[in-house]
Write a protein that binds this ligand. Structure first.
Ligand code: SF4
Length: 351
């Protein structure tokens, strides 16, 4: 469990992607035959703290910026603005050996193990090469290390000479986890790591991650589009919508007392959640393009409670309780959104 010391502090991070143009396109733009390329606003002033030993579930629809967030936190992508601190140090200020140590200490486990594992390499090399390359173990100790890691993730150590295609999808994801663990990280970013797996296999991999987190004192950022998946692993859940954090709370508060209309709509999409007493419909419509996000509250075109103010003014992330933050004009931290909407005459009927 978390010892409450911040490991990752993300402050006001912005990440924009500008489309690259080739020479012909630049000439076309110059003579007015083409328009300037657009900018994708992937992260829009995101602040978030991940405590040491904590498991944070980061949830949102595809295209909301959560994978970009993971890559910025890992130092794989530079932020356009804002600061990411690891153990109190700005990660962009780290150079040489310190920067390399940071890269090893943070490992990402990706969604599709088949495309992230080299099909021409044996599992022995896939898992063992990095620790040997970085001098964490001599080449003579590589096999013993790999066998130990395979046992740790529930794979038969006798299979070190096999290739990725000789394993099932769940086993390949275990290989990906073993490869990540091989360089002794203290922070794992699981980016939709179980999304491609069958539900029963998902549960097995989640159980594995829960066990490894305890055994190795890991801190986890668990990224998923599926709110139901993060429930069983997260201490805290952060909901992201179109590059912004809209709600953050301990997992039991998200599942027992979500406040933001978007979180409520995501919960309403989970079949086994008891929806009695809820007045909202499941989230309707498509997430807008991050190239042209709506003004004001990004969620207003899909929100059943949207008011005029929502179309103009960005809601601040306010504290509903010390550990629960919500970005909604209808949430004053006291009355629930439905009550405040009623008081203001907003019916919630729009879907
Ligand atoms: Fe956004 Fe307004 Fe809906 Fe709150 S009520 S989520 S501020 S559109």
């Amino acid at each position: 469990m978390s010892d409450l010391q911040p490991m990752i502090e993300v402050s006001n991070v912005i990440k924009d992607f500008r489309s690259k143009t080739d020479l012909a396109e630049r000439l076309a733009i110059r003579v007015g035959l083409a328009r300037e390329p657009g900018t994708v606003h992937a992260l829009d002033d995101v602040s978030l703290t991940i405590r040491r030993g904590e498991v944070v579930g980061l949830v949102g629809e595809s295209g909301c910026g959560k994978s970009t967030f993971g890559r910025v936190v890992a130092g794989m992508l530079p932020a356009t603005g804002g600061v990411v601190r690891r153990n109190g140090r700005d990660i962009t200020a780290l150079k040489g050996a310190e920067a390399r140590a940071l890269r090893l200490a943070t490992q990402i486990i990706f969604q599709d193990p088949m495309s992230s594992l080299n099909p021409r390499k044996k599992v022995l090399d896939i898992i063992g090469e990095a620790p040997v390359f970085h001098g964490l173990v001599p080449r003579s100790g590589m096999r013993a290390l790999v066998e130990d890691l395979m046992a740790k993730v529930g794979l038969d150590p006798a299979m070190t000479n096999r290739y990725p295609h000789q394993f099932s999808g769940g086993q390949r994801q275990r290989i990906g986890i073993a490869r990540a663990l091989a360089v002794n990280p203290d922070f794992l970013i699981c980016d939709e790591s179980i999304s491609a797996l069958d539900v029963s296999i998902q549960a097995q991999v989640i159980n594995l991650l829960v066990r490894l987190r305890e055994e190795l004192s890991l801190t986890l950022l668990f990224i998923s589009h599926d709110l139901s998946v993060v429930r069983y692993i997260s201490d805290r859940v952060v909901i992201m919508y179109l590059g912004r954090v809209v709600e953050s709370a301990p997992v039991e508060q998200i599942f027992g007392g979500a406040r933001h209309p978007y979180t409520q709509a995501l919960l309403a999409e989970i079949p086994r959640i008891d929806r009695r007493g809820h007045h909202f419909a499941t989230v309707k419509g498509e997430i807008p393009s991050p190239m042209h996000p709506p003004e004001g509250c990004h969620f207003h075109p899909r929100c059943p409670f949207a008011m005029e103010r929502c179309r103009i003014e960005r809601p601040a992330l306010n504290h509903a309780s010390p550990d629960h933050t919500v970005a909604c004009h209808l949430d004053d931290g006291f009355g629930r959104i439905e009550q405040n909407a009623g008081a203001l005459g907003v019916t919630g009927a729009k879907t």
